[in-house]
Design a protein around this ligand. Structure first.
Ligand code: ADP
Ligand code: RBF
Ligand code: MG
Length: 381
C-alpha cells in the first residue's frame, strides 16, 4: 500500500519458519493423522492441532500418543507416521503470498533463512516441491541441527550466525506460538501470522500480528516495499468457485442493509482452508441473469463472532429479490484487506461500503475486467 507507515525497527535479513508459515502443511498433517488414528480405533479431533503446531516432531508425536491414549510409545508412533508424511510432502500447497514474498525479497537481495523445528531432511524434501524456493534461501536450518528446538532461541541465533548478522538485524516470520517465543528470546523482531484462527491473544509478544502473508508490509521494517498493490487492491492468481446460494443468517439485508449471498462452507472446506480470511473481489455469474461486479468477505465475521468460516459475496447490482438455491459462480481476482473487528455496526457498514467502491473502481481496470467474460461464470442453462 502506498500510505507511509511508521517504521518499527530496521532489519537487514528475514528468517522464515517453514510449516504453516510458507506452505500450509496443516492439511497434509491432518489427513495423515486421520488415517493413522483410524487404525488405532480413534478419531482425529481438530482441537489437538493446537498441541502440534510449532512443536518438534517428537513433541507433536508425544502429544498425540498421550492425548489419544495410544497403546504405543512416542518412538513407535514416530516411526510409523514419518514415512506416511514423507509420501505426502509433494501435496503441500504454498500459502497465498508465500511465493510473492520470497520472490520480492530475492529480487531485492534481502538475505533469507529458513529455520524450522522439522529435521533438515524433511525441510529439504518439502522445499524441493516448491519452485524457486531452495535457491532463494542462503541458510536452511533444521531442528536436528540444534540442541533444543523452538521455543528455545537457539535455532534463530544459529541462523543469524550463519547469515553473518546480529540477531537484532533479523526479522522472524512465524505462525506458531513456540516460534514467536523463540524469536523474541533471540532478540529479533517478530511478525506473527497465526495459523490457528481466533487465537491472536496467544501471540501478544510478537511485534506485529498479521492475518496473512498478503498483509505483510516490509517497509515497516526498513525492507523494500511491495510494488504490486494497484488502487488499493492486490491482484491475485484468479480462482473460481461456484454452487447454489444457501440461506445464511438472515441479517445481511436486515441488520446491515447489505445483502450477502452465502455459499455452502461444507462444499468448500479446501478453498476455505487455503484462503486466508479477508475481503476479496471479482466477478459473479448468476444463472439466467448475468455477470456482475462482486465484493466479498471470507471469514468468521468477527463483529458477529461466527463459529464457522463463511463465504459471503455481495453482488454490486440492485437486486430486489432473494436468489436462494440459484447457481452462483465467482471468479476472485484480487484482495482488498484483512477481515477486521469493528467497534460499531456503523463503522462495519461504512467499511463495507468503502470496499464496494474500491472493488467497483478496480474492476474497470483491464487487469481485472478481462475476467468478466470468463466462460466459467456462465452456468449451463
Ligand atoms: P442471509 O444472511 O440469510 O444470506 P441476507 O439478509 O444477507 O440473508 O440476504 C441475502 C440474500 O439476499 C442472498 O442469499 C440473496 O438471495 C439475496 N440478495 C439480494 N440481493 C443481493 C446482492 N446484491 N448480493 C447478494 N445477495 C443478494
Ligand atoms: N464482517 C466483519 O466482522 N468484519 C469485516 O471486516 C467484514 N468485512 C466485510 C466485507 C464485505 C465486502 C462484506 C460483503 C461483508 C463483510 N463482513 C465483515 C461480513 C458481514 O458482517 C456479513 O455480511 C454479515 O455477517 C452478514 O452475514
Ligand atoms: Mg447473508
Amino acid at each position: 500500500m502506498s500510505t507511509a507507515q511508521p517504521l518499527k525497527k530496521l532489519v537487514s535479513c528475514v528468517i522464515l519458519d517453514l510449516d504453516g508459515t510458507l506452505p500450509s502443511t496443516d492439511g497434509v498433517i491432518t489427513n495423515v493423522l486421520k488415517v493413522l488414528l483410524v487404525k488405532y480405533g480413534k478419531q482425529w479431533d481438530g482441537r489437538e492441532a493446537q498441541k502440534i503446531v510449532g512443536k518438534t516432531p517428537v513433541e507433536g508425536a508425544a502429544a498425540i500418543v498421550k492425548g489419544y491414549q495410544l497403546p504405543c510409545t512416542t518412538e513407535e508412533f514416530t516411526a510409523e507416521i514419518t514415512p506416511m508424511f514423507n509420501d505426502q510432502w509433494c501435496n503441500i500447497k504454498s500459502h497465498p503470498g508465500a511465493n510473492r514474498l520470497i520472490k520480492h525479497l530475492n529480487v531485492h537481495g534481502v538475505p533469507m533463512a529458513v529455520a524450522s523445528n522439522s529435521p533438515q531432511a524433511s525441510i529439504e524434501s518439502k522445499i524441493s516441491y516448491q519452485q524457486g524456493w531452495k535457491e532463494s534461501f542462503s541458510v536452511i536450518i533444521g531442528g536436528d541441527e540444534v540442541k533444543m528446538g523452538k521455543p528455545s532461541p537457539e535455532i534463530f541465533l544459529e541462523a543469524a550466525k550463519r547469515l553473518n548478522v546480529e540477531p537484532s538485524s533479523c526479522l522472524v516470520i512465524e505462525d506458531s506460538v513456540p516460534g514467536v517465543t523463540a524469536g523474541k528470546a533471540a532478540g529479533m523482531e517478530v511478525v506473527a501470522v497465526p495459523s490457528l484462527p481466533k487465537q491472536t491473544h496467544l501471540y501478544t509478544s510478537a511485534d506485529e500480528i498479521i492475518n496473512s502473508l498478503l498483509d505483510l508490509q516490509p517497509e515497516k521494517w526498513g525492507l523494500p516495499q511491495f510494488q504490486d498493490w494497484l488502487e488499493s487492491t492486490l491482484p491475485l492468481e484468479p480462482w473460481f468457485i461456484g454452487g447454489p446460494v444457501i440461506k445464511g443468517f438472515g441479517r445481511g439485508s436486515k441488520v446491515l442493509g447489505i445483502p450477502t449471498a452465502n455459499l455452502s462452507a461444507e462444499g468448500y472446506s479446501d478453498v476455505l482452508s487455503k484462503h486466508p480470511s479477508g475481503v476479496y473481489f471479482g466477478w459473479a455469474g448468476l444463472s439466467n441473469r448475468g455477470v456482475y461486479k462482486m465484493v466479498m468477505n471470507i471469514g468468521w465475521n468477527p463483529y458477529f463472532n461466527n463459529s464457522e468460516k463463511s463465504i459471503e459475496p455481495w453482488l454490486l447490482h440492485e437486486f430486489h429479490a432473494d436468489f436462494y438455491g440459484e447457481e452462483l459462480r465467482l471468479v476472485i481476482v484480487g484482495y482488498i484487506r484483512p477481515e477486521a473487528n469493528f467497534p460499531s455496526l456503523e463503522s462495519l457498514v461504512a467499511k463495507i461500503h468503502d470496499d464496494k467502491k474500491v472493488a467497483e473502481r478496480a474492476l474497470d481496470l483491464p487487469l481485472y475486467s478481462k475476467y468478466k467474460d470468463d466462460p466459467r461464470l456462465k452456468t449451463t442453462l
